[in-house]
Design a protein around this ligand. Structure first.
Ligand code: HMG
Ligand code: MG
Length: 307
């Protein structure tokens, strides 16, 4: 079967929602271990307001020190974020909006239309900078199944926001189950609706695993033809503006599922299982991922604990 792309979002989505501020050096160590485990696409940080998300307030310090061996992207919410990212030399950018008006307002203090209008201007800035193909742009659509403030979201609403992002010129849309509610039947319905308007190769899924349904959702989307999934080492993560959002789909659970299904990922489970341990040590809690815990216990009792 065609290889699957994994976009590792642990350093960004994983760390943005933790109460502890992780020192820049420790983030870099985490990222180095992720690269060593074979991850090649890593969302390293966000250029959002440090008042809103202090956990990622060190983006300017982190970016120039990122290790070689992977392609790094960063989240940018607005023109100010883009200016900061471009000043650091970021070439892979992730714009983000939502399928729910209420969520977008809580998350970025603006409506969806205002976010999209901002992205259009940001895309013009990239074009003015010269060759647009120097940049790779992803557009996130959060709350694609349900919003924590306004309830269920219809597939046609998600499709219309995704279509607008593609019209604006993003290379890929990442469709987010921000609070981790979706089940495979809903993934099937949404994926079929998306495929009516957007090529499968331009769609990624970003599942949170709040209710343990993320791997089942990946299996469904994979069967239908989606080939890019976001995940976070150790299942770190959540969104500070989405009450009830659990961690992301753990990269270990995703890699285990894909490997065992005969799909090449290029990622080695054992080193991956260890990569987030220094972060869990700092957070003072154990890892979340079942495949990670199993891999660590097979590696020996000394690796399994985080103390
Ligand atoms: P705002 O307060 O409305 O901003 O925040 P503003 O335009 O009114 O500006 C207020 C001040 O902030 C000004 O400074 C601006 O310069 C500054 P002052 O004049 O007062 O000194 N400012 C900035 N500073 C640094 N970087 C910037 C920036 N923009 C303005 N980019 C804003 C609006 C969008 C900035 C804010 O709401 C924000 O940062 N929100 C980010 C929230 C966030 O990071 N959420 C989590 C990421 S999304 C997610 O996790 C979902 C995802 O994983 C997919 C899924 O799971 O569904 C992607
Ligand atoms: Mg997320």
């Amino acid at each position: 079967m065609t290889a699957v792309r994994i976009v590792e979002v642990g350093p960004r989505d994983g760390l943005q929602n933790e109460p502890a501020l992780v020192p820049t050096d420790l983030k870099l160590r985490f990222i180095r271990l992720l690269v060593d485990a074979g991850l090649t696409e890593i969302e390293a940080t966000s250029f959002v307001s440090p008042k809103w998300v202090p956990q990622l307030g060190d983006a300017e310090q982190l970016w120039p020190r990122l290790p070689g061996g992977a392609k790094y992207s960063a989240l940018v919410p607005n023109a100010r974020g883009l200016e900061r990212a471009l000043a650091c030399g970021v070439r892979r950018l992730a714009f983000f909006t939502a399928a729910s008006e209420a969520f977008n307002r809580k998350n970025v203090n603006m409506g969806i239309a205002e976010s999209l209008a901002g992205f259009e201007q940001m895309m013009s800035v990239l074009k003015e900078r010269g060759n647009r193909s120097e940049f790779w742009v992803r557009g996130y659509v959060s709350t694609a199944f349900e919003c924590p403030y306004s309830g269920r979201v219809e597939p046609k609403v998600v499709v219309s926001v995704c279509r607008r992002l593609i019209e604006i010129g993003v290379d890929e849309v990442s469709v987010g189950d921000t609070i981790g509610v979706a089940v495979p039947r809903e993934v099937r319905d949404l994926t079929r609706s998306l495929f009516e308007e957007i090529e499968p190769g331009r769609i990624a899924y970003h599942f949170h695993d709040t209710r343990g349904t993320a791997v089942a959702n990946v299996a469904e989307a994979l069967e239908l033809g989606v080939r890019c999934f976001d995940s976070s080492a150790g299942g770190l993560g959540g969104c500070p503006y989405a009450p009830g959002a659990g961690g992301n789909l753990a990269t270990e659970d995703l890699v285990y599922f894909l490997d065992r299904s005969g799909i090449e990922t290029g990622v080695s489970l054992e080193p991956l299982a260890m990569a987030s341990l220094p972060i869990f040590d700092l957070l003072g809690r154990p890892p979340q991922s079942k495949a990670q815990i199993a891999a660590l216990s097979l590696a020996g009792p000394s690796q399994a604990g985080t103390e």
